[in-house]
Design a binder for this molecule. Structure first.
Ligand SMILES: [Zn+2]
Length: 340
């Protein structure tokens, strides 16, 4: 699922960007027919969506780290690899790069952002002393190499708390890390899906919530992030995806929304507003099948948490969902050693 998801993500992304010049790399490109400014605008448009996704995802994952089971150090830096585009040559030229790697986005408030050295599309030729351009690429639509690069960044900061970046212009930057809940946020270049697979939260660029208020968009991400934080994929793998089981995990994810929002400084009531805005006109998908409650019930479940959250915030400044959140499922159910 992870693999297929990644493949779909970058294939459609490339198709979306390079509709005019999408036919992969040919031996010779007729550059007179390529509108480089339009190609660059398409990339920048995608980056704007990704910027919002990374900003909000970062806020949620960072502000809740002390309550998460799986924590990792992170920089907030996301790169792009020209090999993942339909025509690496065109993408390279549109962005003015000589190699394949450049900054995609840095999450607002992250160490990468605070370094003030990582504007979008700045070319990078070294990560912890390794030049990823030397890694073989599988040509157009290769998404695996970029995944490896992000793994490399994670491993570097895991071991050393920071990572050294070498830029094409010979400058160097050392980027620090801070702890976050271990989840990656990824933008899908097409479609209106929202999903969580245990390690990632993936949102389609056409999901309507991109146009909502930021705290309502954050509610969508919080729902998906909650699935990962509460290990729902692994629990459902162990206990089967019966309708009742799915419904319980969905309800948990909904009820955790306002907790994650409040800790990140968002209005916890934005979860209710998200369902009120999305529910009546939503086109179904994951939000309107019988394993889920109706949107109005979901709004009420979110609302029912608010009182407890606000009381905790007043007392402790944070709402400790690890201690105080009432689970719908037994998280240890199906584990071999039973109830821990
Ligand atoms: Zn869900």
């Amino acid at each position: 699922m992870d693999r297929a998801g990644g493949l779909r993500f970058l294939t459609v992304l490339a198709a979306l960007f390079f509709s005019a010049a999408a036919t992969a790399d040919r031996d010779t490109i007729n550059w007179d027919e390529v509108d480089l400014a339009a190609e660059r605008r398409a990339i920048e448009n995608f980056q704007r969506y990704d910027q919002l996704l990374q900003n909000v995802g970062w806020k949620l994952a960072q502000a809740n780290w002390e309550f998460c089971d799986r924590v990792m150090p992170a920089t907030g830096l996301h790169l792009q690899d020209m090999a993942s585009y339909g025509s690496p040559q065109i993408a390279r030229r549109a962005l003015g790069l000589s190699g394949d790697f450049a900054v995609q986005t840095v999450a607002e408030g992250s160490p990468a952002d605070l370094s003030n050295s990582l504007p979008s599309n700045r070319e990078i030729v070294g990560l912890a002393g390794i030049n990823p351009n030397e890694w073989e690429s599988q040509g157009p639509f290769d998404w695996r190499r970029l995944a490896r690069v992000h793994d490399l960044i994670d491993e570097a900061v895991e071991g050393y708390d920071s990572i050294t970046l070498d830029f094409k212009d010979n400058n160097v930057a050392v980027i620090a890390s801070v702890p976050v809940c271990a989840t990656r946020f990824e933008l899908m270049g097409k479609g209106k899906k929202a999903l969580a697979d245990g390690r990632r939260v993936v949102i389609g660029i056409e999901f309507p919530a991109f146009q909502y208020e930021e705290d309502e968009f954050a509610a969508l991400l919080a729902h998906e992030l909650a699935h990962n934080l509460l290990s729902h994929t692994a629990w459902l793998d162990r206990n089967k995806r019966k309708r009742r089981n799915v419904r319980m995990t969905e309800r948990e994810a909904d009820r955790l929304i306002p907790w994650l929002l409040a800790n990140a400084g968002y209005d916890p009531r934005a979860g209710k507003r998200f369902f009120e805005k999305w529910g009546p006109n939503g086109d179904g998908g994951l939000f309107r099948n019988r394993s889920h409650d109706g949107w109005d019930e979901r709004a009420e479940f979110v609302e029912a948490e608010i009182h407890q959250i606000e009381a905790l915030i007043v007392q402790h400044d944070k709402a400790d969902w690890r201690t105080h959140f009432q689970r719908e499922i037994d998280p240890h159910q199906g584990l071999e050693n039973g109830q821990r």
